[in-house]
Design a protein around this ligand. Structure first.
Ligand code: HEC
Length: 443
């Protein structure tokens, strides 16, 4: 199916990718994921908050999925001393809205498992800080405050590239983007309903995206592997071959997020898988990693005809960012899309100069905000599932709004601003959303 593309260009790419997701919190590497408790719907600010009664439970709910010893966050927030020492710093990050990390802004998209604090919780932390950080009544020492409920799930398949990899960033950088190729050996199509990622080295794994490799691309992938003198191959921004279909994504702290029952993203029989790893060497420059991804398929006995989910990419390809421009803006409407879609989730993608991205659906008599990320952070790319799928009735358009900062102060070390256009390289940019939809009729 083809859509007219005209300048300004907006491409609606055919189901390039699928999706599915879920995952584990970033705790100590080997443990099962703790499930994220729901924040209380209402919260009363206590007059005299104490650490043991009020602050420790708050840290458990919002911070220690990541801020535990041996994980990607730069320091633990598990004991009175740790939290008390870093209280001012923590408070500042809560007020600034940078911690806990949750890129989507308020008022757009009713997403599952939002990682946000209530204003009353921040007020409680502030009060505790202002009143001298009282410790409060002692707790039972056998209770470390962590709520660990374990999912007893047996995966249908585990993706494992099979060796320890030592990340090696390019000079002047702390990041290494590597793709590893795995052959899952599927003899029939599988539909991925959820995944669980077990980072081998949680100090280094910043995010992961898994893509299918169709057999037409096997030669290209072999060439990429042969050209690279280290294990796997370098793959910033995209896996660098045609026909890549995303089917899973994970960022630290992401909790289990299955698609609806009987819904899944297809991995065709015979396809290989590319696992794109984003490593940071900030916390562990000499360490190595071997991450495993457990896949959970739709049970074909219970659901002989799974609902196939596909991932549609909407991209503003015609972007031009002037060298030096501190606030370059691109707003592009798609052509009229003549099919209805049921949207279950969304992901957004830009590169390093991006500052914000927003997508709206323009229906004949209403506009629906699909996602709004007011402070783009390349390190915190997530896949967001809606509480309720959104039905986009045909015909509709989508509007993408992206902003970039290409000023001298926002460049990689030692570099000066250049004019920037669309592309895969880290010095190029993108303005892209991916909608996770039930495969529309006729597509
Ligand atoms: C999803 C994982 C995650 C959660 C949840 C989380 N943090 Fe962080 N935190 C990080 C990481 C990773 C960093 C290092 C900087 C980065 O990569 O963004 C960080 C950095 C920080 C910093 C350093 C300053 C900054 O803003 O970068 C502070 C302070 C902080 N976190 C406090 C907290 C507090 C307080 C909470 C709970 C209210 C919390 N964090 C929840 C992962 C997390």
């Amino acid at each position: 199916m083809h859509y007219p593309t005209s300048a300004p260009l907006m491409a609606l790419m055919a189901p390039t990718a699928l999706i599915a997701l879920s995952l584990t919190a970033c705790g100590p590497s080997t443990s099962e994921p703790p499930s994220q408790p729901e924040p209380p719907p209402t919260y009363e600010v206590p007059a005299h908050p104490t650490y043991t009664e009020h602050i420790a439970p708050m840290m458990d709910l919002h911070c220690t999925t990541c801020h535990v010893q041996g994980s990607i966050a730069p320091f633990p927030l598990e004991t009175y001393d740790e939290v008390s020492t870093l209280a001012g710093f923590s408070l500042a990050s809560m007020h600034a809205g940078t911690m806990p990390p949750w890129p989507p802004g308020p008022g757009c998209g009713d997403f599952q498992q939002p990682r946000v604090m209530l204003p009353e919780e921040i007020e409680t932390f502030q009060l505790w800080f202002d009143q001298g950080r009282p410790q409060g009544p002692p707790v039972d020492s056998t209770d470390d405050g962590h709520q660990e409920t374990h999912d007893e799930l047996t995966p249908d398949l585990t993706l494992d590239w099979g060796f320890e990899y030592q990340p090696r960033p390019a000079p002047g950088s702390l990041d290494d983007y590597r793709c590893f190729i795995v052959d899952p050996g599927l003899t029939e199509d599988a539909f991925v309903n959820s995944i669980e990622t077990r980072p081998g080295n949680p100090l280094q794994v910043h995010h992961l995206i898994a893509y299918t490799v169709p057999d037409e691309a096997f030669d290209d992938v072999d060439a990429l592997l042969a050209e690279d003198d280290r294990p796997g191959y370098e793959c910033f921004g995209s896996p660098r071959y045609d026909g890549a279909q995303m089917f899973a994504g994970w960022v630290p702290g992401q909790v289990r997020q299955p698609l609806q029952e009987g819904h899944g993203v297809k991995i065709p029989a015979g396809a290989k898988v590319a696992i794109q790893m984003h490593y940071t060497t900030l916390n562990d420059p000499d360490g190595s990693d071997r991450t495993e991804v457990d896949l959970f398929f739709v049970d074909r006995d219970e659901h002989p005809d799974p609902v196939e989910m596909v991932l549609l990419q909407l991209a503003a390809l015609d972007l031009f960012i002037d060298a030096g421009d501190p606030d370059s803006l691109t707003t592009i409407d798609s052509p009229l899309i003549p099919i209805s879609m049921r949207v279950h989730g969304i992901a957004a993608h830009m590169h390093m100069l991006g500052t914000s991205i927003r997508a709206d659906a323009l229906l004949p008599d209403e506009e629906i905000c699909l996602i709004d990320i007011p402070r783009w952070d390349f390190g915190w790319q997530g896949i967001y599932l809606y509480e309720e799928p959104i039905l986009l009735q045909r015909p509709f358009r989508t509007r993408l709004t992206c902003r970039w900062d290409n000023s001298p102060s926002n460049q990689p070390p030692g570099q000066t601003p250049q004019d920037v256009t669309w592309g895969d390289e880290s010095s190029d940019e993108m303005c892209l959303i991916m909608l996770i939809v039930e495969r529309p009729e006729g597509l």
